[in-house]
Design a protein around this ligand. Structure first.
Ligand SMILES: [Zn+2]
Length: 83
């Protein structure tokens, strides 16, 4: 997959492209990639379960919803970020 190609996000299923935020091996959009990072953080580090992480996850979910993504799939994939 080349850096400039559009592809379908494996999580929210909307068409996206690499922004530089995701790793090149990621098969998801920038927002899903960031949510997955928050989800991993909250899973690995219970002390990080602070409001700003949850607020950021909700903020990213709003962007996905605005752009036509499947937010129920995103929530189902990230149960630590959306408890
Ligand atoms: Zn996505």
């Amino acid at each position: 997959m080349s850096r400039n190609n559009c592809f379908v996000c494996a999580v929210c299923t909307r068409r996206t492209r690499f922004t530089g935020t995701q790793s090149l091996s990621a098969e998801c959009c920038s927002e899903c990639y960031q949510i997955a990072g928050i989800d991993n953080l909250l899973n690995d580090c219970p002390n990080e379960r602070v409001d700003k992480n949850y607020r950021q996850a909700i903020h990213l979910l709003g962007i996905i919803a605005d752009r036509g993504g499947d937010i129920s799939a995103v929530i189902a994939e990230n149960l630590y970020a959306f408890p």
